[in-house]
Design a protein around this ligand. Structure first.
Ligand SMILES: Nc1nc2ncc(COP(=O)(O)O)nc2c(=O)[nH]1
Length: 284
């Protein structure tokens, strides 16, 4: 594992568990469940009490084919929740591709910017990150969700994702973002089909070799559903993908990933604790 050095990045001595809080009506696996402020706050606190190291607050669905919401709608969803949870002492990231939303979220108390576009969706994001001095999760991305599948063409997905993320890192550093603020993410399911996702997990070392903390976001995703399809070939529904998600968390932690981004915090917290004990060869 590449240990993070930025003060806003948790370093619990094990793989970090980032709990997903989608304040959206249409996210692929939990859309609408936490759209109300009270439900969102209650769920965030439940994940925090269970041991999440970060709560990742998002206000715009990124599921394949999703349309976009405007910045004001996105802000109206995430800012009240971020403000209240930050006041309660939770460590928060904001899941946004918009610089204006990221800036407002940092002002409201978010300490990490989780940008699924890796800075490609908004040219102003790098300046916001550099000025705020906060960590920036650069996820591999090739375009907005509505045309994602058309972009999923690779000769060597591991090599190309590494190269494209390296370009994002260079752009970030060139914009004045400090190296200790950068976290990388392979972007599972984003402009990728299932074989690409598995190749990236198999080749995670290639991303880890770049020397930055790596976050893995596999929770409940489609490539797991396909792997677990029934005898008729019907994919396992998202709610049935928790064991596989926890298994990915164990393997990601064992492989040296800095963190995992998951909906079900408890299962993955147990998973990363097992991985840590196995690697140490002792319970603590
Ligand atoms: N860094 C990062 N952020 C993300 N945000 C949303 C989703 C989409 O899934 P969701 O509906 O579970 O949030 N996946 C990622 C991911 O893999 N990595």
């Amino acid at each position: 594992m590449t240990r993070p050095v930025h003060p806003n990045l948790p370093d619990p001595g094990r793989c970090v568990v980032m709990g997903v809080l989608n304040v959206t009506p249409d996210s692929f696996s939990d859309g609408g469940r936490y759209l109300s402020r009270d439900d969102a706050l209650a769920h965030a606190h439940a994940m925090w009490r269970r041991g999440a190291d970060v709560i990742d607050v998002g206000g715009e669905s990124t599921r394949p084919g999703a349309g976009r919401v405007d910045a004001d709608t996105e802000k109206s969803r995430v800012l009240p929740v971020i403000r209240e949870l930050a006041a309660d002492g939770l460590r928060l990231s904001v899941d946004t591709t918009r610089a204006a939303v990221a800036a407002a979220a940092v002002d409201a108390g978010a300490r990490i910017i989780n940008d699924v576009s890796g800075g490609l969706a908004d040219a102003d994001m790098a300046k916001v990150v550099a000025e705020a001095g906060v960590p920036w999760i650069l996820m591999h991305w090739r375009g907005h969700s509505k045309d994602m599948n058309a972009l999923a063409t690779y000769d060597d997905v591991v090599y190309e994702v590494r190269q494209e993320l390296t370009a994002r890192v260079d752009a970030a550093l060139g914009a004045g973002v400090s190296a200790d603020a950068i976290v990388l993410d392979p972007g599972l399911g984003f402009a990728k089909h299932a074989p690409h996702d598995w190749a990236l997990l198999h080749g995670l070392g290639s991303l880890l070799d770049l020397g930055f903390p790596v976050l893995v976001g596999a929770s409940r995703k489609r490539f797991l559903g396909r792997l677990l399809a029934d005898a008729e070939g019907d994919p396992r529904p998202p709610a049935g993908r928790e064991v596989a998600t926890a298994a990915i968390s164990t393997l990601a932690a064992f492989s040296g990933a800095w963190g995992v981004r998951v909906h079900e915090v408890g299962a993955s917290l147990d998973a990363v604790l097992v991985a840590a004990a196995w690697r140490r060869g002792s319970p603590e």
